[in-house]
Ligand binder design. Sequence first.
Ligand code: KIV
Length: 280
Amino acid sequence: MNTNKKSVPQIRAHKANETNPPIAMVTAYDAPTARIADAAGVDIILVGDSLGMVVLGYEDTLSVTVRDMAYHTKAVSRTEPAALIVTDLPWLSYHTGVKDAIKNAAKLIRAGAEAVKLEGGANRIEIIRALIDAEIPVMGHLGLTPQSIHTFGGFSVQAKTRDAAKKLLDDALAIEEAGVFSVVIEAVPNVVAAKVTQLLHIPTIGIGAGPNCDGQVLVFHDLLGLTFGHRPKFVRQYGSLGELGIKGLEGYVHDVKMKAFPSADEGYHVGHGEFDDWNF
Ligand code: KIV
């Protein structure tokens, strides 16, 4: 057991202020990405259903299943990170009622998740309460909720009007009341995220929600340059692993073609004389 292990109560109590730096959360989907995230000191690893887009190559998150999420959670969990492991409940794994939500969340907990995340506000209160009653901690997700892509008509900034911002505030208060231990706020104006952060007692974790949240989250592959399409303006890229990888592999392809790889020393040898009179 990792002695620096982050827990749900620690995160729940963590509002950022002068002495408490913001929470750092990043996605990870397998053992190497989890090891890198944990070695870098993140507080929370999110096994996000964004894996559908950045790992599995789908256009959105809607094709991701509970089985996919459990498979990737197991890989992350085997690395025994100090970071808290939170796994997304994918689309339609909790929308069909309390019983399904508990059954599916339990699969993720048994795969190694220490909490689950689900999207939605007041409309998810019953589900959130039931999960918490089953001893499954829940992180909320408001604003641009990618599982609602067809309802929104695309991946667009949310809560841009006073009415929409008021609804987001009401949703945030409702899910806090229901017991979520923190809430992701995605792609909303900075001023709206700041107001939610000020009103809630639990931490807000922003993505495209400005600098005033109690924490920040980014997708591992966006952050390190492993995604190849459009990059939203809120993604700051801290590395270019994609470019590094292409350069490295170009070297490999070149060496294979030129018969410069492998060298004799990169293979195995047997004792002197063993194959001297071997007839091929
Ligand atoms: O699936 C995911 O990666 C997420 C983050 C963008 C918050 O939900």
